[in-house]
Ligand binder design. Structure first.
Ligand code: ADP
Length: 247
């Protein structure tokens, strides 16, 4: 594999805040259809890493290339348009709209042009809303007001709103925080479905959930990668044990 085969290639990435390196010479590659979990103690640089990838924070040096295109100079909206979706911890759904309407308003402007060669644009949107609703398993709730969904369903709806934009890379910050055990299991299944044709980067603290979904884990500590590999491998890593038990 050469670096050009990766969906996302992060090389020697650094960001300093007043001389403090929150992300420090970090190199990391994400494959197509990969589900990568990023863990690490508080302050390790996990959120800052996602902020850098989605363009919310600009790096001090290094490169981020997505589909072989350099992203570090691009504006946040251009990065979204190139296919990177980011879900923050606090949900940003429209409580007083239905599930259907929440998905509909998330359909990107100007995407209907190609579709309208074959369908009326509205049909293309309707089709996409139904496809996404099925993927997030909220098809039965399309006419339900978002406000009365469970906490877990609201989180899935927000993931669905990102899926409406058809991203190739989805970044999620603690997606199962506050969820019931059953909702956590369903979220694991959802992430596995999403990775059939997209890549996902997840920041997560819930180790039971990490074990359930993780194929490859990156452990961050002080802005650097402390360990990377299977859950079994990183759990057995002396440096990782020291960082987690030492806190
Ligand atoms: P994590 O998500 O792993 O808990 P963060 O990425 O939030 O860690 O933070 C990493 C470090 O960078 C922390 O010490 C934090 O205080 C610092 N940091 C993050 N963003 C800023 C900022 N905009 N200005 C100054 N310091 C920041």
């Amino acid at each position: 594999t050469t670096t050009t085969d990766f969906l996302l290639a992060i090389e020697d990435l650094t960001v300093s805040f007043d001389g403090f390196r929150a992300v420090d010479s970090l190199t990391m590659y994400i494959d197509k259809n990969e589900l990568r979990v990023v863990i690490g103690p508080n302050g390790a640089g996990k959120t800052t890493l996602l902020d850098l990838i989605c363009g919310k924070t600009k790096c001090s040096s290094g490169s981020i290339s997505f589909k072989n295109k350099e992203m570090t100079k691009m504006a946040e909206h251009e990065i979204v348009r190139s296919g990177i979706g980011r879900k923050f911890q606090t949900p940003s759904i429209y409580e007083n709209l239905t599930v259907y309407q929440n998905l509909e308003v998330s359909y990107p402007e100007g995407r209907g042009v190609f579709g309208s060669l074959f369908f009326k644009t509205t049909d293309a949107v309707t089709q996409r809303v139904h496809d996404v609703a099925r993927e997030i398993q909220l098809e039965r709730f399309l006419d339900t007001e978002a406000a009365i969904l469970s906490h877990g369903q609201k989180q899935w709806l927000e993931i669905g709103m990102l899926l409406m934009q058809d991203p190739e890379l989805l970044m999620l910050d603690e997606p199962v925080a506050g969820m019931s055990a059953k909702e956590r299991d369903e979220t694991a299944e959802l992430l596995n479905r999403i990775c059939e044709n997209r890549s996902v980067i997840v920041i997560e603290h819930d180790m039971e959930f990490v074990k359930k979904i993780a194929r490859k884990v990156t452990v961050l500590h002080q802005g650097k990668i402390l360990a990377e590999g299977s859950m079994d491998k990183v759990q057995a890593d002396e440096k990782v044990i020291e960082v987690y038990l030492g806190h």
